[in-house]
Design a protein around this ligand. Structure first.
Ligand code: MTE
Ligand code: CO
Length: 390
């Protein structure tokens, strides 16, 4: 550092004058110096911002928890604003006693706290045919991970009394899209939550206030927001969101049926196109996220030379099933260009595939469930670009 740096030698304003008092920010907000850390949408992706999506700024975050105000949003009919006292959850169909729960009723069931990632099935969908969007916010930002507080879905179903032939569950939202999905009863009775809190506070309206379904490890579309109706049936409903949408069209023109779980995946969040390498050569931190809908992450490998040499990344922070995992690779950058990639391996031993390997099996008609390895090119000047290498 230059001698006589005024930031060291001069008294600064914040050092001289008192700041705002404790009554100035009753609900806190981030520093004004962090104003670039926001969700962003891509205008040309959708016809309007109502049935649309915005993206989590993954490149600006660390650890595994997404702050509530930065969780990406995906709405089919915009944000429903519902007063909790006006909300009802109905359970009917193949049950002994159809029931209606108020939010107050829900609060009287035993609560659980769980940290899970939510990934939209369409995350990275724009990348199927080649590198497209310049930033992990846009290529991988339909992803968030928070702590939910809620009650097990099982409690509500058992209260109504499941009939023996009740093998499927329909979950429907109260928003104008009436979004609904079929869920196998086995999953519904296992780990699904009816959640009303996110990172300790009430769900945000964007995330389904006052209540949403949490379907750990499975595609985001099934996590019905503004949850209002649960119907028990003996077969899947095969509605729009599970036939025309959210199915994977194969090369032969046939679609895969019910691809519920999100596969093992990872991405380097920094450096990345929106987070270039701004420093000189030497000590460098590469960091990213890994996750799997099948459990915990066992290992993450990182390469800086496009896959010629792989190094085991350092996982740091909690390792929880179906939650984001944070990894780091610390190395000395010699100032040359880099081809950065990460490859995750989950507890079942499933390995994240290359994009070419994925295309060989799935063809190029797909939109959903793209868990291919992402490549970032780092130039000598530190700028970063989304590229593909084969
Ligand atoms: N639930 C309702 N009622 N309406 C919706 O539009 N979008 C779904 C799902 N649940 C949706 C919904 C989709 S496609 C995804 S990926 C997740 O909510 C997104 O959740 P988030 O907005 O909390 O990120
Ligand atoms: Co989605």
């Amino acid at each position: 550092r230059a001698a006589g740096d005024p930031l060291i030698t001069e008294v600064q304003d914040w050092n001289r004058y008192s700041g705002d008092g404790v009554d100035s920010r009753p609900y806190g907000r981030p520093s004004d110096f962090e104003s670039q850390v926001v969700r962003r949408n891509v205008a040309w992706l959708t016809a309007d911002p109502i049935s649309s999506v915005n993206f989590t700024p993954l490149h600006e975050l660390d650890g595994i928890i997404t702050p509530n105000g930065l969780c990406f949003e995906r709405h089919h009919s915009g944000i429903a604003e519902i007063a909790p006292q006006d909300h009802r959850i109905m359970v009917h169909g193949l049950v002994d006693t159809p029931l209606v729960f108020t939010m107050a009723d829900l609060m009287r069931f035993p609560r659980e706290n769980r940290i899970y990632f939510l990934e939209c099935a369409a995350n990275s969908g724009m990348e199927w045919r080649g590198a497209q969007l310049n930033g992990c916010q846009f290529t991988h930002g339909m992803l968030h991970c928070v702590m939910y507080t809620g009650v097990r879905l099982r409690h509500l179903l058992e209260e109504a009394g499941l009939k023996a032939n009740g093998t499927w569950l329909l979950a429907e939202g109260a928003d104008a899209s009436g979004m609904a999905r079929s869920i196998p009863m086995e999953k519904a009775l296992d780990d699904c939550l009816v959640a009303f809190r996110q990172n300790g506070e009430a769900l945000r309206p964007e995330q389904g206030y006052p209540v949403r379904l949490v379907v750990p490890g499975w595609e985001g579309n099934m996590w019905v927001k503004w949850l209002r109706r649960l119907e028990v049936g003996d077969q899947p409903w095969e509605l729009r969101e599970e036939t025309s949408k959210y199915t994977d069209l194969m090369a032969n023109g046939k679609a895969r049926r019910h691809t519920f779980a999100m596969d093992v995946k990872s991405v380097i969040t920094s450096p990345s196109p929106q987070a270039p390498l701004m420093h000189e050569r030497g000590r460098t931190v590469v960091t990213g996220l890994a996750w799997s809908g099948h459990g915990t992450i066992e290992r993450v490998d990182v390469t800086i030379d496009g896959g010629r040499n792989w190094h085991t990344a350092r996982l740091d922070g909690p390792s929880l099933p179906m939650a984001l995992h944070r990894f780091y690779f610390d190395f000395d950058w010699d100032g040359s260009e880099l081809f950065l990639q990460s490859r995750a391996i989950d507890e079942r031993g499933l390995v994240q595939p290359t994009k070419d390997a994925l295309r060989a099996v799935r063809g190029e008609n797909s939109i959903y469930h793209n868990n291919g390895i992402q490549t970032w090119h780092v130039g000598k000047d530190g700028t970063v670009e989304n590229v593909e290498i084969s």
